[in-house]
Structure formats: structure tokens, C-alpha cells
Design a protein around this ligand. Structure first.
Ligand code: P61
Length: 470
């Protein structure tokens, strides 16, 4: 592959970016309570908040929208999607949902009762919240290497099998209704999971009769890493790797807004017919009939087509290559990142970027705010605002081990020049890092607080240009 990620598409439609000034951004961020979720996207130059639902669809997907069959039941696009799901995931039963968390809600409502534990290599926050709202306890069991942003390991997303056995022995299989494997592991910097780890996790769970569900949001990127890094897979096509991966699972839930290549949608698939019948009831109450699950027929068509586009090897080489390009340029300039770069995003290692700001002062949010003010780039904090929680017994706040700012790349949206701009902005900010100060919360919601939190600077200070920020 070339030194730079070749973009295997031509651009047919463009969306203008509104330019903003630094002064304007200072005002906008202050009004937003220092929380970039509260900004209007029109006020952002390069939006790396998420790769979720931000994909540029292909001409084939747009054409597919026109073939939408909007019948209430049995629309044709459902059957196209069903064929794709059978072909790729090999699951006999499935239902569309409006997005990933809807699939999680439905699944947890039939599986989890108060006091149950749900192990995962690492829960992303919506999965974690869905376990908690049912009274369950989400447990993260990543390998020890996942805690260290520096050493390279080909599959830092892996689940620790020893910890899994210990967890099941300690809590009892009867209180462990399911286990989840998140591919790639979003809360651990988008790191992949190896096929061997998935296979061995399934074997261990089978000893206790515990079902394995795959959180498949970024499964195609994970399959690409397996092809590139795991012995024995170099010559296998991506779709074959995907089929093997899902052969070890009893079911999967998927936010199709990532590797489904669509702007909205989700999937829930399973092998067990009785389970399908139970979750169908929940789906009909909360989402819609099983042949549309909260989506329009045209959305189902775009997803049926998008699933295959995400498995295309030229696309995946560009996709993972673009993330690597961003990560490598930053690392070369001495900016601390979580290494190696993951599949969908580069994660800045905030503990090394801002070592003097303690986690209780939300250094990741401060860094995100500065990146917006200085360059109009929007990243997202995945650290003490998104993941810290209070111990229900002691009231003590537990901070996550990793404090990161994620720069997630939307699929097929930004060019290499945009990425170069982001690199320059972050390198400049790194040089000015001593000007960055901590924040305190002025408002927080009980769950998923980072979406709506408001913050203020601990100590206001005037920095260059006379703008008062942080
Ligand atoms: C993201 F700030 N991820 O990474 P839904 N599983 C996994 C995900 O990554 C995921 C979901 C399930 C998002 C969107 C997002 O606090 C946040 O379709 C591995 O978003 O419901 C979503 O899928 C849920 C961003 C979610 C956040 C929650 O950007």
C-alpha cells in the first residue's frame, strides 16, 4: 500500500464547510458549557466527534433508497436485508432496530435481572447503561495490555480468559445470563480482538452454558485486522473471516451506523428461536414490527447494500489506513496517542498529554475544548466524564484507567488534506499544552452524563489574544 491512504472513490456530492474564527469559537464553546456535544455541527470545521451515523453513503446506497418499499409488513427491502444478514452473519433469526442501543435495550430486557453480572471485553457506555438500568452489573475484562497506551500488541482489544473464568466462578453461571465481545473494542481505543480470543471465549462459556453475543458495531474493521495480523488469515477474504467470527456467537447486536455504512439503523441477530420470539414481543412494543424495526423500508435497503460495502478490501485498506496515517503522523511529532492506532479512531493519551490535570478536573474535556477553540476540530472525551461512576455502596467516584480524547474518522467523508490539517492543529496544541486548565461540573444527568453535562473553568485565565477561556 502507498505511504498515504488511497481514497478508493470519487466525490459526486459535496457539503460546504462553514469557516469560523477563533473568537467566534471561544464564544460558542462558552455558551455550550464547555461541552462539544452542545455545539451546532455547522459551527465545526472538521467533525471527529464520532464515526457513528456520519458515513457518506455510496451512489448504490442512494439509488437503493428509491427502491424503498414502505409497506407496514413484509416489505421487500426487509428480505434483501435478511439475505445479507444470513450470508454474512449466518444467524437464522434477526430483526432491524433503529440503532444499536435499541438492540441492547431489547436484549437486556429479556436477559438481565437485578444482581446479574454481564462480562464483556469492555462495555461501551450504552451497553453498560443498558445493563445497569436492568439492575445488572457490567463487568469489563480486558487483557492487562489494554491498560497501557504504549506497548504494541496486535490484539489489545482481547478479553482476558482467566478473568472471565474467575468472574463466572465467583458470581455463578446462573447469575451470568450472557457474555459480550465488543469488536473492535471501542472503549479500549478501537483495538481489535483476535479470532483465537473469540473462539476460546466461546469454548469457555460453553462449559457453563452461557451464551456469547458479539457487539458487532465495527466487526468489518476487526476482520480486516485479523486478516492483516493474525497467523493463518492473510489469504482469507474478509467475508470468510466474518463468517467464522460469527460462527462462535449465539447472537449479535449491531449499531449499523458504523460498519453498516448507514446514517441510522441497528440489528439484533440470534440462533435461538425461543429467544427470537421473546425479543420480538419487546421489539413490537418499543420499535415496530419485525420486518421494519423502527426503520423505513428505504433505510433497510441502504443497510443491505452498506453491509457488503464495508467488507470490501480496498475500502478497508483505505479506512484503516487513514486512521493509521493520522495516528502515525501524530506519534512521529511526539504527541502521545494510544498505540497502535485502532480501526476507526485515534485516541489521544490525555494522561501523558496533560499530566498535571487530575482526572477529577476532566482533562479530556479541557483538551477537547481547546482543540475546538484553536482549530474548529471536534473530538470527544472518553475518560472521566464519559466513564467515571459512583460506587453505589461507598459513594466513591471510580475513574477509568484510560483517559482519552477520541478523534473518530467518519467513513468516506474527509480527505487526506483534512487529516493533515488535524495533525497540524494537534501538534500546535501540544506545544501550547501548559496553557490548558481543568474544569468542574455545573450540571450532570444520572446516566450518560457526557451528552448533557455543563462545565466551567476551575480558574479563569486570560490567554493570548485576550480571550478568556479555561
Ligand atoms: C460512538 F459519545 N458508539 O462510538 P448506537 N456499541 C458500540 C458502540 O460504539 C456504540 C453502540 C454500541 C458511538 C455513538 C455514541 O456516549 C456515546 O447506534 C461498540 O449509537 O445506539 C455507539 O450504538 C451504540 C457516542 C454512543 C457517544 C454513546 O461514537
Amino acid at each position: 500500500m502507498a505511504e498515504y491512504p488511497f481514497e478508493p472513490f470519487r466525490i459526486k456530492v459535496v457539503e460546504p464547510i462553514r469557516m469560523t474564527t477563533r473568537d467566534e469559537r471561544v464564544r460558542l464553546l462558552t455558551e455550550a458549557g464547555y461541552n462539544v456535544f452542545q455545539l451546532r455541527s455547522e459551527d465545526v470545521l472538521i467533525d471527529l466527534l464520532t464515526d457513528s451515523g456520519t458515513t457518506a453513503m455510496s451512489d448504490q446506497q442512494w439509488a437503493g433508497l428509491m427502491t424503498g418499499d414502505e409497506a407496514y409488513a413484509g416489505g421487500r427491502n426487509y428480505f434483501h436485508l435478511r439475505d445479507a444478514v444470513h450470508d454474512i452473519f449466518g444467524m437464522p433469526y434477526f430483526m432491524p432496530t433503529h440503532q444499536g442501543r435499541a438492540a441492547e435495550t431489547i436484549l437486556m430486557s429479556v436477559f438481565v435481572k437485578p444482581g446479574d453480572v454481564v462480562p464483556n471485553n469492555t462495555h461501551f457506555d450504552t451497553t453498560e447503561a443498558n445493563v445497569r438500568v436492568r439492575g445488572g452489573v457490567p463487568l469489563n475484562l480486558p487483557i492487562d495490555e489494554a491498560r497501557d497506551p504504549q506497548p504494541h500488541h496486535p490484539f489489545k482489544g482481547n478479553l482476558d480468559l482467566r478473568k472471565l473464568r474467575l468472574c463466572i466462578e465467583q458470581h455463578g453461571p446462573a447469575n451470568t445470563p450472557l457474555a459480550i465481545m465488543t469488536v473492535t473494542n471501542n472503549a479500549v481505543a478501537g483495538q481489535p480482538v483476535s479470532m483465537a480470543n473469540i473462539r476460546e471465549t466461546k469454548a469457555l462459556l460453553s462449559e457453563y452454558d452461557i451464551p456469547l453475543f458479539i457487539d458487532a458495531a465495527r466487526y468489518a474493521e476487526n476482520c480486516y485486522f485479523i486478516q492483516q495480523r493474525e497467523p493463518g488469515y492473510a489469504d482469507k477474504p474478509i467475508i470468510g473471516i466474518a463468517r467464522e467470527m460469527f460462527s462462535y456467537a449465539d447472537g449479535f447486536m449491531m449499531s449499523a451506523k458504523k460498519d453498516g455504512m448507514v446514517n441510522m439503523g441497528g440489528l439484533l441477530g440470534m440462533r435461538d428461536q425461543r429467544l427470537f420470539e421473546r425479543v420480538s414481543v419487546e421489539l413490537i412494543v418499543h420499535e415496530g414490527f419485525v420486518t421494519y424495526g423502527g426503520l423505513a423500508g428505504r433505510d433497510l435497503e441502504a443497510l443491505a447494500r452498506g453491509l457488503y460495502e464495508a467488507l470490501d478490501e480496498d475500502y478497508l485498506a483505505y479506512r484503516v489506513g487513514q486512521v493509521k496515517y493520522l495516528g502515525d503522523r501524530l506519534a512521529e511529532a511526539g504527541v502521545p496517542i494510544f498505540e497502535p492506532p485502532g480501526g476507526h479512531a485515534v485516541y489521544l493519551d490525555v494522561k501523558r498529554f496533560l499530566p498535571d490535570i487530575p482526572q477529577r478536573q476532566f482533562p479530556g474535556v479541557a483538551l477537547t475544548g481547546h482543540l475546538y477553540v484553536e482549530a474548529g476540530v471536534r473530538g470527544v472525551e472518553l475518560g472521566s466524564l464519559a466513564f467515571a461512576h459512583k460506587d453505589p455502596n461507598t459513594g466513591e467516584v471510580r475513574y477509568p484507567e484510560l483517559e482519552t480524547v477520541r478523534l473518530a474518522l467518519p467513513r468516506r467523508v474527509y480527505t487526506q488534506k483534512h487529516i493533515d490539517y488535524v495533525v497540524d492543529a494537534i501538534v500546535d496544541l501540544y506545544k501550547k499544552r501548559l496553557e490548558i486548565q481543568g474544569l468542574r461540573l455545573t450540571y450532570e444527568a444520572p446516566y450518560l452524563r457526557h451528552f448533557t453535562a455543563r462545565l466551567e473553568p476551575i480558574e479563569e485565565r486570560v490567554i493570548e489574544g485576550g480571550n478568556s477561556i479555561f
